[in-house]
Design a protein around this ligand. Structure first.
Ligand code: ADP
Ligand code: ASP
Ligand code: MG
Length: 457
């Protein structure tokens, strides 16, 4: 961690809690979130909540915008109906106070009318421009924040929904906007501090922000985690907790590797590596603002709150040198056939245990992943490579990947999994690789991840 850990005095202890799409996607899930917040309020007087859209809603919104551009109004109509029914049903179930419920209904209807208007405008243009896509995509979080806030108010927890368009200032790179942290700090404090001082629980929209002209932007898919980190940094919070649907950051995606288990402690670097290489549990940009300011990060399970989940820690963990900490898989890579420069032979020396038959290796420039148009990292391929099949990147993360490289190759070879290319990333000036990435055929990625997972101690 670059910054000294934040340690506000007890009455100023500040925490940001972010709840993902599954955590707010159904009535029982929302009730669970309300229960967690009710308890958290007793221990954390300065609490800020960040919410994602209900699970699946952002996908529906974006698909509808594209359908509108193709001139398919029926798709939009069906989506509007589905969104209305789902949000109204939640309002009915959770907002028990009649006045608050009427107000919630009204807000839901108003934002869905906005969805209709935006889709009509897209249809008239015949194309869905990034700015319009962000305006449409933002509606999911605007709806969920209002629902949760109304539900909390109706059980007597003073709360208000806050659109992060009022809190986070970004550039105008629609769909992957970059925050202006000093401007955001000023805005966020200006809006949130008076609410906290009044004992009101702010429920902020994840994912969305606004540029300097006030146009709605988004931080990229899965960006609500990043919202929580940005607001944590703006408020000099002690901690940011990411509440999701699994027990923290695990050794692999449990959907791919059933043997995956929770990693109780992980360094910020390792978490950032796993996230960058496909561990969807955390948006890759989340870690950076927190490390810089010494803010703690915990990832935990909404549906199993007594499990401590994962806590990020600074520095080296004991035994880390030998350890593979986790494995991640990235599908849907973009191809970049032109390869920058061959990796110098000396660079390969960082992986001494590679077999002589090791495939072509290539450097990964992670700085390039966050260009405005990049929703997934570009894959640099050697010039002579002619991979016609769909490929995936399987990445082992941990300081021990250097020593484990030979074992990883041997394990894959026993199952006949071909490694088409490799890459290793180093962090800053540290010459030892923080991860080792293997390009394999997409159909073999899961098997490769499971084999590497067996090597995790
Ligand atoms: P949320 O809606 O809460 O943001 P996401 O779906 O974005 O949740 O992320 C949680 C999901 O990330 C998990 O359900 C899991 O399938 C997936 N995942 C991928 N890699 C990992 C990992 N290493 N540890 C935990 N979960 C992972
Ligand atoms: N709702 C947004 C998405 O689905 C952001 C998020 O869930 O973090 O990408
Ligand atoms: Mg997520």
């Amino acid at each position: 961690m670059n910054g000294k850990p934040v340690d506000n005095p007890p009455d100023q202890r500040t925490i940001v809690m972010k709840f993902g799409g599954t955590s707010v996607g159904t009535e029982p899930a929302m009730r669970q979130v309300m229960h967690i917040l009710e308890q958290a309020q007793t221990t954390h007087p300065r609490l800020v909540v960040v919410v994602s859209a209900l699970s699946g809603v952002t996908d529906i919104l974006l698909e509808s915008a594209f359908a509108a551009a193709r001139g398919e109004p029926l798709v939009v109509k069906k989506a509007a109906h589905e969104l209305l029914v789902r949000h109204l049903a939640l309002a009915d179930a959770l907002v028990t106070d009649p006045a608050l419920r009427r107000s919630a209904w009204w807000k839901v209807r108003r934002w869905i009318a906005r969805f209709d208007d935006l889709c009509q405008a897209i249809s008239a243009c015949g194309s869905a421009e990034p700015e319009a896509l962000d305006a449409v995509a933002s509606l999911g979080e605007r709806l969920s924040a209002r629902l949760l806030s109304a539900a909390l108010s109706s059980v007597g927890i003073s709360s208000c929904a806050v659109d992060a368009t009022r809190l986070i200032v970004t550039d105008s790179h629609f769909q992957a906007a970059v925050p202006d942290l000093p401007a955001t700090t000023r805005r966020a404090r200006h809006v949130l501090e008076p609410l906290l001082a009044q004992g009101c629980l702010p429920v902020a929209t994840g994912f969305i922000a606004a540029d300097a002209h006030g146009a709605t932007t988004t931080l990229g898919r899965g960006g609500s985690d990043y919202t929580a980190a940005i607001l944590g940094a703006a408020l000099s919070a002690d901690d940011v907790w990411i509440w999701t649907d699994v027990d923290g950051i695990m050794t692999a995606d449990p959907r791919l590797v059933p043997e995956a288990r929770t990693i109780p402690e992980l360094t910020y670097t390792e978490a950032a590596e796993l996230a960058s290489f496909g561990a969807k549990v955390l948006h890759p940009k989340t870690v950076a603002p927190l490390v810089a300011l010494g803010i703690g990060l915990r990832v935990c399970n909404t549906f199993n709150p007594s499990n401590p989940g994962t806590r990020l820690v600074t520095g080296q963990l004991s035994g880390e040198e030998n350890a593979i900490r986790g494995v991640a898989v990235l599908h849907g890579l973009r191809w970049r056939p032109a390869y920058a420069a061959p990796l110098p032979v000396e660079a390969l020396a960082v992986l001494p245990s590679l077999p002589p038959s090791a495939p072509a290796s290539f450097p990964l420039d992670r700085s390039d992943w966050f260009t405005p148009d990049a929703s997934s990292p570009p894959l640099f391929l050697p010039q002579d490579a002619a991979f016609e099949e769909e490929v995936a990147l399987v990445t082992a993360v941990g300081a021990g990947v250097r020593r484990a490289a030979g074992r990883i190759f041997a394990a894959l070879e026993t199952r006949g999994i071909a490694v088409l290319a490799i890459a290793s990333t180093t962090i800053g000036q540290n010459p030892s690789p923080a991860s080792l990435s293997l390009v394999v055929r997409a159909g073999e990625a899961q098997a490769a991840a499971r084999l590497i997972h067996f090597l995790i101690g």
